[in-house]
Design a protein around this ligand. Structure first.
Ligand SMILES: O=C(CO)COP(=O)(O)O
Length: 152
């Protein structure tokens, strides 16, 4: 990939093993991009990449429950994030559920690709669209549906 991306990486405690596994699997790719992470995830991601012999660019925000998801959501709003990988613990309640919903919602609103499982994340980072100068992502329209417009 020619383009350098800013990639958000966030994982809940019960998904950190999945995140570290995924990061190690994609170590070479991830080390070529700027990574923005919530606090604990970031420390683990950085260590894992350094252990593989890379010199990663990891920007650590606050820990998730202390506002890290909110800080990353703000970067999404400011168009500073190209892609997010958010491994959510869907089996246990989180104290900062509202912040989690905020990050997911702002990615949808601002048309930022967000992968919530490894398979989606692998598909996203291997997409050729990143370097396709002719590709323009279509943002959501949020307009009243007009049947006539579609001849329906
Ligand atoms: O809680 C999180 C995301 O909602 C993750 O935060 P940490 O990476 O600090 O554990």
């Amino acid at each position: 990939m020619k383009k350098k991306l800013t990639i958000a990486l966030v994982a809940h405690d019960q998904r950190k093993a999945d995140m570290v596994d995924w990061v190690i699997y994609n170590a070479e790719f991830l080390s070529q991009h700027h990574l923005v992470c919530t606090g604990t995830t970031g420390a683990l991601v950085k260590r894992a990449l350094i252990n593989k012999g890379f010199q990663p660019e990891v920007e650590c925000k606050n820990s998730g429950p202390m506002g890290g998801d909110v800080e990353i959501a703000a970067m999404v709003v400011e168009k500073k994030i190209n892609l997010a990988v958010f491994l959510i613990d869907d089996l246990n309640p989180q104290p900062h559920e509202a912040d989690i919903m905020m990050l997911l919602r702002q990615c949808r609103v601002h048309n930022v690709p967000i992968a919530c499982n490894r398979y989606s994340a692998d598909l996203m980072i291997t997409s050729t669209l990143w370097d396709d100068e002719t590709y323009v992502p279509t943002p959501p329209r949020y307009e009243k549906f007009d049947r006539d417009k579609f001849n329906l």
